[in-house]
Design a protein around this ligand. Sequence first.
Ligand code: TYD
Length: 144
Amino acid sequence: MSSVDDCRLIDLEKIEDLTGSLSPLYGQVDVPFVIKRVYYLYDVPGGADRGGHAHRALQQLIVAASGSFNLVLDDGRNKRTVTLNRSYYGLYVPPMIWRDMTEFCTGAIYLAFVSMPYEESDYIRDYQKFLSSVHTPASGGGTD
Ligand code: TYD
């Protein structure tokens, strides 16, 4: 079962000159999974909160491509808050971690590289069900 300590910041390469910076990212090299999908959040009102779910199997790397926001991570036992505010850091989040995204600054871009296509059945959106799942490891995340 994943723990919040398994969520780690990955230092991405930064190629920098007077005209700006660039960070390349390779699946199975910079992240421990094959990248199957990329999505991004934008036009998030300043101060907004999102998230409020866990994934049964999906792994992801989250980058603040612009601006800043917080990831509040919860493994059912411990919580940890990580602020993302640099485009050359990615936060790796394994399966079965409840996450809330808070305190988006105006103009923030949340960029996610993830290990699976979108599947609603991979989400756990009910916190009590999440707690039941993590405290019953043999269930493998259970069903809705
Ligand atoms: P959700 O993952 O709940 O957003 P967040 O965690 O950022 O608050 O997704 C919001 C909506 O978008 C939900 O109806 C599912 C849909 N969605 C897709 O259709 N495809 C995707 O790749 C993603 C990430 C979400």
